[in-house]
Ligand binder design. Structure first.
Ligand code: FES
Length: 84
């Protein structure tokens, strides 16, 4: 079983705010980490509307941690941290 689960939000808000750029994670992550990390797209993770001030889409969830204003670099750093 994968040690780290990554969910890339593909909901409307996150998609408009740039999660389409994060779709390259779908190819980078399996290539870099193999079976250690499972990555998938997800419908709205519920973060874009839960708290206005926390509306910093796009969001990615790495295990139980939410990454706001996610970029490929931030997500890879979070995965590395989880694998330590
Ligand atoms: S659309 Fe991504 S958290 Fe709602």
């Amino acid at each position: 079983m994968a040690k780290v689960n990554v969910k890339v939000c593909l909901g409307t808000t996150c998609f408009v705010m740039g999660s389409s750029n994060l779709q390259e994670l779908m190819s980078i992550v399996p290539h870099k980490y193999g079976k250690e990390v499972h990555v998938e797209g997800s419908p709205c993770l519920g973060m874009c509307s839960s708290e206005y001030e926390f509306s910093k889409a796009p969001y990615v969830k790495v295990n139980n941690e939410f990454i706001k204003e996610a970029t490929v670099e931030k997500v890879l750093a979070a995965i590395d941290k989880e694998l330590k």
